[in-house]
Write a protein that binds this ligand. Structure first.
Ligand code: GLV
Length: 398
């Protein structure tokens, strides 16, 4: 996997390189949307800084030939245990962003999850993705809409339904309010000034018809302002979502079922009871409950509670292949990435998503070798040095 030039003269060697390029090329309001956490951003920051507290054990004079990152998720083979998480408004980071991300994931051999709040519709992505993808569902008050979108996902041959549980109400991200976030952006003087320096983005958008939330527009009834994610989550999302409704949705779907947004061991047990084939240990990238524990710090208690009863995946905070390996060594079966691939998309489109996946794979492969392990399944707890106080005193309550 040689490092590839992003374009003449520029070498992308890390996720940080892609992030810098994303910031330069995407409109400010969409880069900020990607990069924000809620309120003080404590949880957003700790999602990454807690990974830094974990260290690897360097091991030497071990045969490290023939290494493999191959694994499975939901019983299906994957090139590495890293799925692309659902990300709202992805088609605003780059034109047709969801189609580009789905294609890059399919070609790399990892799953892609399309968000309910996507710009490209389920049907748009199904038409262009070479392999089946997963569909992420937000539960709306309008059960007719929920039932219809589940049917649309089935008709599009989506191979899993990922139900997000931690966003029935939107966490406040200051920058989105200050930037007046909408999709498409409203042409205010500040936006026009910003777009004057983002000609690649403008050119891409001029060449696509996909500029609104196409899963919703023309499907949901009585939506006031569909260009504002904040307005319509407040109007439409079902605040009465409970475990009985989760089970209703599982029965309605009938296929592989993933519950995302589990951060507590008690909820992990309830998710298993509700029939989850996998749970995603996630605080929504620090975008929802500020002051919640980081995902990596929440993981051990959840692993003790439900390991072996469902697949345990971790998302929130992964910015490198080393982070993926740390999550696996701490007991996750697989991971999901969000920002790490969004940076790639905003920087270089489809090639940037591929580049992000290559960077992670390379970091995983080299780290595994230097830890003296050959298979991803061998990255067990004993490759790590974990501070004694890593979980914190409060974890003893679970
Ligand atoms: C939506 O999923 C968001 O975090 O904005």
């Amino acid at each position: 996997m040689p490092a590839q030039p992003a374009r003449r003269g520029r070498l992308v060697t890390s996720i940080a390189d892609l992030k810098a390029l994303h910031q330069r090329r995407a409109p400010k309001m969409f880069f900020d949307y990607c990069e924000s956490g809620s309120w003080t951003e404590q949880t957003f920051r700790e999602n990454t800084s807690d990974f830094e507290r974990l260290r690897f054990r360097q091991r030497v004079a071990v045969d490290i030939s023939g290494r493999s990152l191959a694994s499975t998720m939901l019983g299906e083979p994957v090139a590495m245990p890293v799925a692309l998480a659902p990300v709202g408004s992805l088609g605003m980071q780059a034109a047709d962003g969801e189609i580009k991300a789905a294609r890059a994931a399919a070609r790399f051999g990892v799953p892609y999850t399309l968000s309910t709040m996507s710009i490209c519709s389920i049907e748009d992505v199904a038409e262009h993705s070479p392999t089946p993808f997963w569909f992420q569902l937000y539960v709306m008050q309008d059960t007719g809409f929920v039932d219809e979108i589940i049917e649309r996902a089935r008709a599009a041959k989506c191979s899993a339904l990922v139900l997000t549980l931690d966003l029935q109400i939107l966490g406040q991200r200051h920058k989105d309010l200050k930037n007046g976030l909408t999709a498409p952006p409203r042409p205010t003087p500040a936006v026009l000034l910003d777009l004057a320096t983002k000609w690649r983005w403008v050119w891409g958008m001029a060449g696509t018809k996909r500029r609104t939330f196409r899963n919703i527009v023309g499907h949901a009834k009585d939506v006031g302002d569909v260009s504002s994610l904040m307005a319509w989550t407040a109007e439409q999302f079902d605040p009465r979502l409970d475990w009985a409704k989760v089970e209703r949705i599982r029965a309605k779907w009938g296929g592989k079922f993933v519950l995302k947004g589990i951060l507590d061991a008690e909820d992990a047990r309830l998710a298993v009871k509700a029939g989850a084939d996998a749970i995603v240990v996630s605080n929504h990238g620090g975008r929802q409950l500020d002051g919640a524990l980081s995902s990596i710090r929440s993981l051990p208690a959840i692993v003790r509670a439900v390991k072996g009863e469902t697949e345990i995946w971790l998302d929130s905070g992964i910015r490198s292949g080393q982070d993926v390996l740390k999550a696996l060594a701490m007991g996750a079966d697989a991971t999901m990435i969000g920002r790490a691939y969004v940076y790639g998309l905003g920087a270089l489109g489809e090639a940037g998503v591929t580049r992000a996946l290559e960077v992670l794979a390379r970091e995983m492969d080299i780290t595994m070798a230097l830890c003296g392990r050959r298979r991803i399944q061998d990255m067990t707890r004993d490759v790590l040095l974990v501070p004694r106080d890593f979980e914190g005193d409060w974890a003893a309550q679970t």
